[in-house]
Design a protein around this ligand. Structure first.
Ligand code: GDG
Length: 755
């Protein structure tokens, strides 16, 4: 378990990448003035950066054109930061236009804020590319790369292309929306593919992680396990790391005399009534409008608060270049004005609205002074303000009202948790907070403080880094995909082997997967290829399949091949007859209950079907709705494992199929049976695309010629593109073997290698 202490040294550097550097250049300063950047992210990562073995990449806070100014800025910055420069126009398109204009509202479920016509996606791509250039230039093999947030969703993928062996982490500070919302984004595939370049993707809450997995399934068709997804033979880990704050320093600050004095002054200036506090960036996600309406509602229905309650709302200026933010400012100032107009008295106004940032002393003093903290974002990744309020309440008093749609709500259950869209409910919670007796306030606050203290921000950062560091790098098979030259070279090498046996899976390896098993009949080209191979001297070919005898006979029966059906229940040797290797179906007591269960799943999952083999049974869900199919398949596998606990049958999850087969049936055993005592010099070439083909690879007895035509994790030595590449390899081998000039690599194939 990570201990929350500093990042271990001597193990490579941590390259932090965020849109903004932790320091900014003050605009128009001469000589250049460098000051700390505001915000939770910079604070959170400061401990990692301060460990001394880190480089931080980001925008330096001012826009510049290429040239001398950029060099001057680079010289003025500390050596541990690397500026990534943008011009004003690039920043307007990438940062204001796409990151904050499109991704920000969409990921916060505020669809009406997404522009009607999304332009400038290419600016987002090129900004991410610029970050990739900067990082790739500096990265060393043992560095860890940690990318932050929604501005850089494409960066992990871009880095993976350039640095295939790098350890790359990504953390999303904002919510990941429900997949139904996410898929509105026109560039949804690119975003997911970009993120999947990482080895570890971190979220604030389990809901975010769950939504991400659902998006992978609905957009890309990738089914993830609870905490990981296999992509191109790599394992991408998904994990929840709720971000904390530096609670100890807020507590210490709250006890300092200047803060206590400022807090007393603040209280005095707001009179004897109750002080309610809001501190938010001025952002439409923060729910300011409804917060104000809730104050109005409370004053309307409980006149006793009219002269006795003050909301101090600090709205910190933010993204003033984005028009939606300017409109919001107008809107909320209007509402505050209206409410104050209706309820202000000679002595007080219910809403004290401040459009400005406050310094750290004023911030902690306000937290200390407030009877109630009102945190009501419509959606928020975490919300650190809520945690800071709790950490600053060294007196153990105060009530936190917290939106159920802030990530923090999943940790801080002792707050008064409220639906921020429900104005009446906010007003009700506010009244409850104002009336709450002291013992209850203290009980709740004690528990909240324990929680916030237990998860300091260093723990967040160090847990992420330790998890990323522990993740084994999957070296995996050599990748032949989009490398036709290498496929050709391997085919030529194979042609020099004196004797060979090809053990080939059928569906997904020789022919593309089709929506129904019957649609995957072999075409003429394949039949000619298999016949040619089978007739070549000192070459034997076996097709090793999970299909039924009947369908293999129909598709391939006339060719001089060995055939394995139903994963080895049946075999046909070269030129021989079919032999049944496993006893009669009636001996299999498990079959009837399994069939009943599969039929039941079939009835409940439109588009799915049951295939009955002589012994085995399969439930196919290729044509079912993706999410439903994947969920039911997972559930079915669990149920089957239970009913088959003491039965001689195994459950096999394949590509859109769940299969039950007798324990004795496996493709590897079937191959061994076919080969009998094959001469040791006969080299096995095994090719397959699914989990059951791993048995073939194992049975290949250490042969270096094992090929996986899929992106699943595999023990094969090579990963190859699907059926077309498999066929190319076989055709080239055959041509070479026959002594013909092998077909040259076509321009299209070569282009494929480049795209
Ligand atoms: C994003 C996600 C997630 C604010 N005004 C002043 C000031 N602040 C400080 C607060 C706090 C930070 O800025 C704001 O953090 P939040 O978490 O509340 O919100 P976002 O800026 O939207 O942050 C959010 C966060 O990333 C981290 O992952 O929690 O959900 O949206 O630390 O204290 N500090 C000072 N003066 C101000 O006027 N000194």
């Amino acid at each position: 378990m990570p201990d929350g202490k500093g990042v271990e040294e001597g193990r490579g550097r941590v390259l932090l990448v965020s849109n903004r550097l932790p320091v900014s250049i003050a605009p128009n300063s001469e000589p250049i003035v460098v000051k700390p950047s505001p915000g939770g992210l910079a604070t959170g990562l400061r401990s990692v950066h301060a460990s001394g073995s880190s480089l931080w990449f980001g925008w330096p806070g001012v826009n510049t054109e290429p040239g001398e100014e950029r060099e001057r800025i680079a010289r003025a910055l500390p050596p541990s930061v690397v500026p990534v420069h943008f011009s004003a126009d690039e920043m307007a398109r990438f940062y204001d236009g796409i990151a904050n204009g499109v991704i920000w509202p969409l990921f916060h479920y505020l669809l009406e804020r997404v522009p009607g016509d999304i332009r400038d996606w290419s600016s987002y791509e090129s900004a991410n590319q610029r970050f990739a250039d900067a990082v790739a230039k500096e990265a060393r093999p043992d560095d860890l790369i940690w990318v932050q947030d929604y501005h850089l969703l494409l960066l992990p993928g871009l880095l993976r292309d350039r640095l295939p062996r790098a350890r790359i982490g990504f953390f999303l500070h904002i919510p990941f929306p429900s997949s139904e919302v996410f898929r509105i984004l026109p560039y949804r595939e690119a975003v997911l593919q970009g993120l999947l370049g990482a080895d570890l993707i971190g979220f604030h809450t389990f809901n975010d992680q769950r939504h991400f997995s659902a998006a992978l399934l609905s957009v890309l068709g990738f089914d993830s396990e609870l905490d990981r997804v296999e992509v191109e033979g790599r394992s991408v880990r998904l994990h929840v790391f709720p971000m904390g704050i530096d609670a100890a320093s807020f507590a210490a600050r709250a006890l300092e005399p200047d803060v206590i004095a400022a807090s007393d002054k603040l209280r005095a200036s707001h009179g004897a009534g109750k002080l309610v506090l809001g501190i938010d960036r001025l952002d439409y996600t923060k729910g300011l409008t409804r917060k104000f309406l809730a104050i109005e509602r409370l004053l309307e229905r409980s006149p006793k608060y009219r002269d006795n309650l003050r909301l101090l709302q600090v709205a910190v200026p933010s993204r003033e270049n984005v028009s939606a933010y300017r409109e919001l400012k107008r809107e909320i100032e209007e509402i505050a004005g209206r409410i104050n107009g209706a309820y202000a008295t000679l002595h007080s106004a219910p809403i004290h609205y401040v459009y400005d940032s406050v310094d750290q002393t004023e911030l902690v003093a306000s937290y200390r002074a407030a009877d109630v903290m009102l945190v009501t974002p419509l959606r928020d990744g975490m919300n650190l303000v809520a945690k800071e309020y709790v950490a600053s309440r060294v007196d153990g008093d105060g009530v936190l009202i917290l939106s159920e749609f802030a990530g923090a709500a999943s940790e801080l259950a002792e707050a008064l948790v409220v639906n921020p869209y429900d104005v009446a409910a906010i007003a009700g919670s506010l009244e409850r907070a104002l009336e709450m007796d002291e013992p209850e306030r203290r009980r709740r606050m004690r528990r909240l403080r324990e929680k916030v203290e237990a998860r300091p921000v260093e723990l967040w950062a160090n847990s992420f880094i330790s998890t990323l560091r522990l993740e084994p790098t999957s070296l995996g098979p050599s990748d032949l995909r989009r490398r036709p030259e290498q496929v050709a070279a391997l085919a030529d090498e194979l042609a020099t082997q004196p004797e060979l046996v090809f053990a080939l899976d059928y569906d997904g390896t020789l022919v593309p997967i089709q929506s129904t098993p019957d649609a995957a009949a072999p075409d003429e080209e394949l039949c000619a290829l298999l016949a040619g191979l089978a007739e070549a001297p000192n070459v034997r070919v076996a097709v090793v399949s999970g299909r039924t005898v009947e369908s293999l006979e129909r598709f391939l029966g006339r060719l001089p091949l060995a055939l394995v059906a139903e994963h080895g229940v049946w075999t046909r040797t070269w030129g021989g007859k079919w032999t049944r290797n496993i006893e009669d179906v009636t001996a299999h007591a498990w079959r009837a209950p399994v069939l009943a269960m599969l039929d039941d799943y079939c009835a409940r999952t439109p588009g799915s079907s049951v295939e009955q083999k002589t012994v085995g049974l399969a439930w196919h869900y290729r044509n079912a709705e993706r999410q439903l199919g994947a969920t039911r398949a997972r559930e079915l596998r669990l149920n089957l494992v239970q009913i088959l606990a003491r039965q001689p049958a195994t459950v096999l999850g394949g590509r859109k199929v769940v299969e039950v087969r007798p324990q004795e049936a496996d493709k590897g055993g079937a191959l061994k049976r076919l080969l009998g005592d094959a001469p040791a010099r006969e080299v096995i070439v095994a090719m397959g695309d699914d989990r059951s083909d791993e048995e073939l690879f194992r049975a290949a007895g250490g042969s270096p010629y094992t090929f996986a035509a899929s992106s699943l994790p595999t023990h094969a030595h090579y990963r190859i593109d699907g059926p077309p590449a498999v066929r190319d390899l076989l055709a080239r081998f055959l041509a070479k073997r026959r002594g013909h000039e092998p077909p040259s690599i076509s321009a299209e194939q070569r282009e494929g290698a480049l795209t």
